[in-house]
Design a protein around this ligand. Structure first.
Ligand SMILES: Nc1ncnc2c1ncn2[C@@H]1O[C@H](COP(=O)(O)OP(=O)(O)OP(=O)(O)O)[C@@H](O)[C@H]1O
Length: 689
């Protein structure tokens, strides 16, 4: 564990904290003085290079600045989330790899078969044929040597060796040609697999329930699947073909060796085992180390994105955050680099140990061969061919071990991808349920929602009614639950309590897709989609073919975006992304007009507007709210802190701490007195003064 001074010259926690540095079976862990012994916590398997996250002491947790200057002290990174992967450690032993290998190979072949049968057959079949050529070549070489070492005049010996020589040359040529053809098929598989797998990942990420994104574990798994898991699909197929090629090579040479001298076969195996064990240990360490470092790596990516991003560039400069961000980055990097150095050190010692044993084994093999030669058990020509065969076998064995090693390692990452897909599937609402064409009335009955890992519900037993043709408003202070309630109404979240009914039918029994098709949301957290202005408006109904709903221009006009868009260099076809050539950007308010146009173009029967005018100027805001007035064919749910805009709502619901505390028209609520009146008068007083 690194104990040296940090980049800013301060001493590490181990020098300052007064706690004991506690060696564990798996490395070194800090035990703070007076802190409870945490040795009861699970310490998974064999940790490469002592990869244990440091945990903050109670005092450090209470005072986040306590370890501020300490490069090894990153309390936020001490999240022991990776302990959840404890089971993985148990599954990475040598024997469990050996047991899992057939299943991995089956999976890889099925993956390849799924994208192209021809290429799969060619990649495997041609490599097997190439292997057979090795046996032919070796046996022909043996014949050639036997003829050459025979007694008689040289020209006669050469003449007798010529047919064998021709067969050996043909075998080499055939092997070369077959290997190239197999390589072509193998190379063709990779892009096809990548295409299939990437598509599968994004099909999953775009279909999971929104709630999954509130779960940090899910986000981490998604990052792991994207970062490594997804890209390993093509690798495991590649590794499998290489493994098959290697095994075929070993069998081919073993067959030749058996013909020459069967006693040499066990020697081959003895020489292979140490290398195989070493390679698998190294792969295992690498993977386990990555698991342990994943939180830190995500933190680094996040910081890297903040420092190299056009969207954050302004704030980074205006708040002069450069020093802070670089400091944070250095702190994480210091830990990350130390972890990598520890890994490299432990990998090297494993390699040294394994390499020495492998060297001894090879020496033993050559000694046995020499003894057989001296004892006259094998003639010279056979011994010479055996040397060649052993050399070829060693190469094939080396390739086999390398392929096994890569296959095993890549399969661990690929399993992350598969695990993520399973997790995503379990968090995706299954399609089905009754289709829904619209509604007359939506009833929210005693609905609650608690976010994961929170104590208080964000929405707490709320009941309300939205009817077609009405405008209702949700009002309340920050964090009172308005947006959460709106997301529940939009079907983006499933209530953790209570029921939402569309015309008396529980939405849980309705088809989620057709329910969503009736909803349009002008979200508070809108995104600047890097497409053209037209696409930015139509993206919410990109496949609309009928005349239902406004045209692009009508929607843009209603949102006071039309003139702004026509003023762009290419009008509606202007690309709104400055990071591409001819790309353009808009002001915050201009973007919000476009977002409003997007919502109006979508033409949902239920239109939810969450702070739709926060960035709009007075004229644009006025125009937008005129448009959001009562319309017979749809219901509008308005969320805004500008209470003047909700005066005309049919009903105003006032929320506090997730609970519904007031309900009525503007006049009724002002008349009754309460939070609404207080907030309204506060705003009105600003204008009156
Ligand atoms: N994704 C989330 N995960 C966990 N808690 C959340 C999440 N989103 C919101 N919350 C919490 O739920 C509560 C209600 O948040 P919500 O966004 O619904 O409030 P709001 O009334 O819309 O606030 P504002 O007026 O600031 O937009 C808050 O305490 C907030 O911290």
């Amino acid at each position: 564990m690194a104990k040296e001074a940090g980049p800013d010259g301060t001493r590490s926690r181990f020098g300052l904290g007064g706690g004991a540095v506690e060696p564990t079976r798996t490395g070194v862990r800090q035990r703070a003085a007076g802190a409870a012994d945490d040795s009861a916590e699970p310490v998974p398997g064999d940790d490469p290079g002592g990869e244990q996250p440091d945990r903050p002491t109670t005092a450090e947790r209470d005072d986040p600045t306590a370890r501020q200057d300490d490069p090894a002290a990153l309390p936020e990174l001490a999240d022991p989330g990776w302990f959840h992967h404890g089971a993985t450690f148990a599954e990475t032993s040598f024997w469990s790899v050996a047991r899992r290998l057939p299943a991995i190979i089956r999976e890889a072949v099925a993956l390849a078969w799924g994208v192209s049968r021809t290429d799969t057959l060619a990649a495997i079949g041609l490599n097997i044929l190439a292997g057979i050529m090795i046996t032919f070549g070796l046996l022909a070489t043996s014949t050639v040597l036997r003829e050459l070492f025979a007694s008689g005049p040289t020209p006669d010996r050469v003449r007798s060796a010529a047919p064998g020589l021709a067969v050996a040359a043909l075998a080499v040529m055939a092997k070369g040609g077959l290997t190239i053809a197999a390589g072509w098929a193998q190379a063709r598989l990779a892009p096809q697999i990548n295409y299939r797998v990437e598509l599968r990942l994004f099909e999953a990420t775009t279909s999971v329930d929104l709630a999954a994104f509130d779960d940090a574990g899910f986000a981490e798994e998604m990052d792991r699947a994207r970062d490594r898991g997804m890209t390993e699909a093509a690798s495991i197929v590649d590794d499998t073909v290489n493994l098959i090629t290697g095994v075929v090579g070993v069998i081919a040479t073993a067959a030749a060796v058996t013909v020459i001298q069967p006693l040499l076969l066990p020697c081959l195996l003895v020489a292979a085992v140490p290398s195989a064990v070493t390679a698998i240990r190294i792969a295992r360490r690498e993977y386990v180390a990555l698991l342990a470092r994943i939180t830190r790596r995500r933190r680094m990516w996040m910081l890297a994105t903040l420092m190299a991003n056009r969207l954050t560039a302004v704030e980074v400069r205006t708040y002069q955050m450069r020093g802070f961000l670089l400091g944070e980055y250095r702190r994480v990097m210091t830990m990350e680099t130390a972890a990598q150095l520890r890994l490299v050190r432990s990998q090297t010692s494993t390699r040294v140990g394994g390499g020495s044993i492998a060297g001894l084994a090879t020496f033993a093999v050559y000694a046995v061969l020499g003894w057989l030669l001296l004892a006259g058990v094998v003639p010279l020509a056979a011994a010479a061919t055996a040397m060649l065969a052993l050399q070829a076998a060693r190469t094939s064995l080396g390739n086999t071990i390398h392929a096994t090693n890569s296959l095993y390692e890549d399969a661990l990452y690929y399993r992350d991808f598969l695990t993520f897909l399973d997790r995503a599937d379990s968090r995706t609402r299954s399609s089905g349920g009754d289709p829904v064409a619209g509604f007359e009335e939506i009833r929210v009955e005693e609905v609650s929602l608690s976010y994961p890992d929170t104590d208080e519900p964000a929405v707490d037993q709320v009941s309300l009614t939205v009817r077609r043709g009405e405008v209702i408003a949700l009002v309340g202070e920050n964090g009172s639950g308005k947006t959460t309630l709106a997301k529940l109404l939009a079907g983006l979240y499933q209530p953790t309590g209570g029921t939402i009914r569309w015309d008396g039918v529980d939405v849980a029994t309705l088809d989620a897709g057709s329910l969503g098709a009736n909803v349009a949301v002008l979200s508070q957290d809108w995104w600047r989609f890097p497409f053209t202005a037209r696409q930015n408006i139509t993206i919410g109904r990109y496949d609309r073919t009928d005349e239902a709903g406004p045209t692009v221009v009508d929607a843009a006009k209603a949102a006071t975006a039309h003139e702004m868009v026509t003023g762009l260099p290419h009008g509606y076809d202007t690309l709104l992304d400055r990071s591409f050539k001819d790309g353009h950007d808009l002001s915050g308010g201009q973007w919000q007009r476009l977002v409003a146009a997007r919502g109006l173009y979508r033409h949902g029967q239920l239109l939810i507007c969450d702070e739709p005018s926060a960035a709009l100027d007075a004229r644009a805001e006025h125009a937008l709210f005129q448009r959001l007035r009562r319309q017979p064919d749809r219901a509008v749910v308005l969320i805004t802190h500008r209470l003047a805009n909700v005066r005309h709502a049919d009903r105003i619901y006032v929320l506090r701490d997730g609970k519904l505390i007031e309900e009525g028209t503007h006049d009724q609520l002002v008349e009754t007195g309460g939070l609404y009146r207080e907030l309204f008068e506060l705003q009105a007083s600003g204008y009156a003064e």
